[in-house]
Design a protein. Sequence first.
Lengths: 357, 357
Amino acid sequence: MTIPDVARHAGVGQATAARVLGGYGSASAATRERVLAAAAELGYSTNAVARSMISGRTDTLGVVVADVENAYFARAVRGIADVAAKAGLQAILANSDEDSEKEKAAVQLFIERRVDGLVVAPAATDDAHLARAVSAGIPVVLLDRVLTGAALDTVVVDNRGAVKAAVTRFTEAGHTRIAVITSAMPGDDGTRLAPGADIWTTTERVAGYRQALRAAGIPRSAELIRHTGYERAWARSAVLELMTSPDRPTALFTTDNVATLGTLDALLDLDARIPDDVSVIGFDDAEWTTLIRPRLSVVSQPVQELGGLAADILVRRINGAAARPRRHTLNTTYIARESTGPVPARTRRLRAPTGGS
Amino acid sequence: MTIPDVARHAGVGQATAARVLGGYGSASAATRERVLAAAAELGYSTNAVARSMISGRTDTLGVVVADVENAYFARAVRGIADVAAKAGLQAILANSDEDSEKEKAAVQLFIERRVDGLVVAPAATDDAHLARAVSAGIPVVLLDRVLTGAALDTVVVDNRGAVKAAVTRFTEAGHTRIAVITSAMPGDDGTRLAPGADIWTTTERVAGYRQALRAAGIPRSAELIRHTGYERAWARSAVLELMTSPDRPTALFTTDNVATLGTLDALLDLDARIPDDVSVIGFDDAEWTTLIRPRLSVVSQPVQELGGLAADILVRRINGAAARPRRHTLNTTYIARESTGPVPARTRRLRAPTGGS
DNA sequence: GACCGCGTTGGTAACGTTATCAATTCTGTC
DNA sequence: GACAGAATTGATAACGTTACCAACGCGGTC
């Protein structure tokens, strides 16, 4: 069923039917009604593809995140989709799994699809693929992560400052053996960052941690920084190892949800008491953080707003806003709960870890 | 940059350039190279909109779920997106928030966009909008919920059987006061199902609960069935009320993640001991169920597989499979952990609930 | 009564690709 | 060297919409 069909059935010209059905131009009330009736009778539905063909707009947004299954990205996607929907746009989703090749392929596909805008949480460290999108007239907004050197709108959180402030709470409580557990891809030795996997977020958070230590005059110790990779079990074994080492930490900072989960798994396995044996602070609040005892203290980020803002900027750009791209930094909140405490008076012996996961 | 541009620049005819760039028909190695070089030089990228225009395929799948932020749907969406990507399709996302009007609007939009297939977790109880999609040549697969009367492929889990089996564990342990907490929309009195909000999943799960009770010869009691609505806080207050009532239940079954969260909130507030004061079983395993003590026993569903299967069926249908639509029922697994126990010898007095959430 | 202006109408040309089909060139064989 | 058959090539017609522009009718004005 096409416009010519409807026009014929309504006894009007194609152009007239097109105007009524497309909601543009003028038409008398009588013809409008006749066309609408004919359309209803024939079960006509606009072909958005043909419309996009000539209008140049597809009313879609491309969204590239690491993994929707991750609660963080799920919330961000929800924020994007809500704002987009309000502007009449729909979101097309792609998961990169932190693989820059997958990300590039997805972006290329989005360019070919002629999406009106692109939200990307970049895993890649270069921006050639994004520059291509921009030069194809597709505005791009970076989410969650800065890409140094790229002149793109970016929506992030003050990771460094947030972590510095949180870790400073540890140092002020007297802690000196403070470890960080992060989920960046592990390198060959299992603790270093793999080449090309230096996600901005992680780098910043670790930098914040270092700043806090420096400010407190605590010497840095490489073994207290654990890059475990994106699996809960890996974070668990890293913490298991860390907590059974001779000079174990008295405070743990986890930089993301996966790392937090694995860390708590390990502490539970070791029967470590929080905060009596170790204090813990996590990054990003999750639905279960108030469900465990003690409740977990966390750095909370406005994730949905982050996504919403990204979509909002995109909508503005699509509508022609030509301001210079800039970085938008949203504030985090430290939520003090029950997982932090003073340095333990003496090091209690922990239960030997069992093998299972 | 269009095919004519590339053709001109390469010194070949449009059709030849089109064949090379579109990857169909034949072309000599020499011309292929020349065209590809010209395309690269001009920065040509296929216009998928124009391609869809004539091919009739958009290589997209429409996905309508209640809320991606909900871990259940996030996992399902991930499953769909993965299988779709493998078949060269991308997923367009829409959240219905269990609002049938939103769902219908999204489906209409998807029809206009000419998506190649549609995955819907229906909130609506009629299927007129879905029938419209089907008659427009778009195959539809129902996810998570059956729509009685609709001749559509459906991918679900044996909710009734799973709940019956789980609740039977309660009855076999001697429990007779067993409550169900569900997230269906509350009616006027706060406990009844609102008209039009009878989500199949909920209905089935409650039916499974009833069957288990009947099989055990336990008389049904309306006050033990709580429909709380889609907010954690509502489930919490329902359980607070339930557990402070004179003849409180000794076992709780929660039918979804939100209800489980709210239920545990309430039990924690009341300082109720699990399973000494109450036994608890939840539906759908979440990442935190092994993080709480006692660990939560749950009915686990293969959510990602559910989504993957839905996408798989769709891909098959898109490629012309014409089999009669049927229902695919996947198996659940009961994971026994530590939140269930025998009926308490005596009813311990619980702490009075505080006001806060 | 002729003329102007405005709301309405319809024909037709885009948009950028794939599909069709005829024309051309190449390859191998007798 | 001629010929059949296959491979390659290019002109042109779709696809279904919106954009453009000319033509029409109607009321009001001089």
